[in-house]
Design a protein around this ligand. Sequence first.
Ligand code: RFL
Ligand code: PHB
Length: 396
Amino acid sequence: MATLRTQVAIIGAGPSGLLLGQLLHRHGIDNVIVERSAAEHVAARIRAGVIEQTTIELLDEAGVGARMHREGLPHEGFDLAFLGRHLRIDLPGLTDGKHVMVYGQTEITRDLMEARQAAGLPSFYSAANVSLHDIDGNAPSLRFTDAEGRAQELHCDFIAGCDGYHGASRASIQADRLRSFERLYPFGWLGILADVAPVSHELIYANSERGFALASMRSSTRSRYYVQVGAEEKVEQWSDAAFWDELRRRLPPETAAKVQTGPSIEKSIAPLRSFVAEPMRFGRLFLAGDAAHIVPPTGAKGLNLAASDVRYLSRALVEHYRERSDVGIDRYSERCLRRVWKAERFSWWFTSLMHRFPEPGGFGQRIQEAELSYLEGSVAAQTALAENYVGLPFEA
Ligand code: RFL
Ligand code: PHB
């Protein structure tokens, strides 16, 4: 067995793991990333699109913001469409000047992977059977099989579990030390990516009789659209033509008439789920990002929450190594969870507001209509939506 040593062993090369690695490197802290998938697979995943100001700042701090500032699209508002009406949420107007940026997770991942490679930082892609050892002692380690089939042992001071919802980190915690909270929604999102101009220069979240739809984008020539589908539906059941027809039925008629269609570059269904695992630290293991929590994508919070965990974790580790203080480490879980639960609340609320729920009696439907109508007439309600959408401030 080959033996290696580093300060921080990072499991997972999603945005959490890659961003953490880059921030630690900038502070002179050694780290090794161990990732189950091949690098090409990681680089090709299509996911999030909207990033908050605080995430933009963190990417700058990691030294990977240049292309984002050149190619990302600053967005100052979005539209809610419902009941034949629509409401524009003016982000800077409601939040004292804040906005968001549309820049794909795929691009962020690419920028981070390139920066990591340029800095010559060690990463093991296509690593199999990653296991965690001695997280409660002072000398934790990871074992895995590398891409060439060699057994590897990686000794470290800390392990960062950045391996997503289905990863090995959370799964390695004894059940009685972990408390999980979960809500499943009776639907998923069918998403399509296509090289056609977006139907509008801002995002449109539509609540229609046929279900939710979202018009988003990646650039002025690339669109990202989603429609709510039943939890049991399969992507194979959806031809591109069927998708475009359904999307147009759910958007306001004048918008639907302008939708440009084309072949899909990517098409997939994501189930919708809310999930939180507590705590987020076990001895020398820290969970970050989707490994610890999932939000339904409606609020565009998943990637941003991952970045917020990484912000707390990178600062805690810098304090540990530079200032010999473990305050940040000891408070990591509690600090993250306060922000996580607020984003969980917002994502659940926005999902409940905009989707159609299979529900007998129609009470929930009327409440939804009342809430939308309240939002229309209340600057206070719009402010609450806007301040959550642009991202809540960090605690001191
Ligand atoms: P990831 O991205 O899942 O990365 C985890 C990595 O760990 C690897 N891994 C393992 N490695 C080693 N050993 C194991 N046993 C392993 N098991 C797994 C995986 O291969 C992977 O590379 O988690 P991370 O880094 O925490 O990042 C989280 C984000 O990816 C996620 O929250 C967002 O994509 C959520 N999300 C959105 N977030 C936003 O902030 N704004 C959005 O607009 C937004 N839209 C979305 C979304 C997610 C979506 N889907 C598909 C779930 C839209 C969609 C449709
Ligand atoms: C996306 O463009 O993928 C996207 C945008 C906004 C969301 C979710 C996903 O709320």
